[in-house]
Design a protein around this ligand. Structure first.
Ligand SMILES: Nc1nc2c(ncn2[C@@H]2O[C@H](COP(=O)(O)OP(=O)(O)OP(=O)(O)O)[C@@H](O)[C@H]2O)c(=O)[nH]1
Ligand SMILES: [Mg+2]
Length: 252
């Protein structure tokens, strides 16, 4: 069983990609299930096979603990971790080869609290991979892109499993995706673009950080996909499979 955890900033496309990946596998005759670990979500663009909301409900957490929405989200994330054994049993009962896990909207709740690290670490699977989704509409300037690449790197460091950085919304952000891909591949292109913006004042800091990220291959190797048109899905699933097989080249 391969488990894929989908993280990324709010609105980056985690839920839509969860559904799209499941559909991708199912259309190719492979077993796949979608797991929702976001207790706060109201509507999902897919039908979850396992849903944390059956065990942890945000409204109830607010009432039971007298918390506001943000406090309740934090508490709900921690309560999710206490339900991991039950969630795992449900996942196992499907005996699916591919398990796609959608995580809470606020990625810091999942990535930077003990509960997220616990869930990722303790989930039983033959292999685990983390996707960090980078929204090209948010990464609109070199410094925004760098901030998100740093976040991607730090989420990967926290959760300690192999990570793929995915550029989402490829169908509606073609220019953005092209620009970001060029920045990510070539330090000079990134630095030229950076110096042309107001953030050029911080040029040395940004370019030093960017060079470090590239040197360590952290978050700058990008897979552009569209969950709507499925463009880029072959390359992404190929990389997921390569990681699951322990780094072998994937040919099909
Ligand atoms: N055209 C297009 N829209 C997308 C794509 N991916 C996500 N969206 C849209 O972006 C918005 C956010 O997508 P979600 O999948 O809900 O993102 P999320 O990361 O799960 O959001 P939260 O859980 O609320 O943080 C929705 O309106 C989606 O329809 C894509 O590949 N193409
Ligand atoms: Mg979502």
């Amino acid at each position: 069983m391969e488990v894929t955890f989908i993280t990324g900033t709010a609105g980056s496309g985690k839920s839509l990609l969860t559904g799209a990946l499941k559909e991708w596998y199912v259309n190719r005759g492979e077993d796949a299930i979608a797991v929702n670990l976001d207790p706060g979500v109201v509507e999902l663009p897919y039908d979850p096979d396992v849903d944390v909301r059956d065990k942890v409900q945000l409204q109830e957490v607010m009432q039971d603990y007298g918390l506001g929405p943000n406090g309740a989200l934090i508490m709900a994330a921690d309560l999710t971790a206490t339900k991991l054994a039950e969630i795992q049993d449900e996942i196992d009962s499907f005996r699916a080869e591919n398990v796609i896990v959608d995580t809470p909207g606020q990625t810091e709740l999942f990535a930077f609290r003990e509960s997220g690290e616990f869930i990722v670490g303790e989930t039983r699977a033959d292999s685990k991979v983390l996707l960090f989704l980078l929204d090209p509409l948010l990464a609109s300037t070199p410094s925004n892109f760098l901030s998100l690449a740093l976040l991607s790197a730090s989420v990967g460091l926290r959760l300690k499993i192999p990570k793929i950085t995915v550029l989402t919304k490829r169908d509606i952000a073609r220019d953005g995706v092209k620009r970001i891909t060029e920045w990510s591949k070539d330090t000079k292109v990134f630095e030229d673009a950076l110096s042309a913006t107001k953030d050029g004042e911080q040029y040395s800091l940004y370019s030093e950080l960017f060079r470090s990220l590239r040197r360590l291959s952290f978050g700058t190797d990008l897979y552009p996909v569209s969950s709507t048109t499925q463009e880029g899905m072959i390359a992404l699933v190929g990389e997921m499979t390569r990681i699951a097989r322990g780094g072998e080249e994937f040919t099909d």
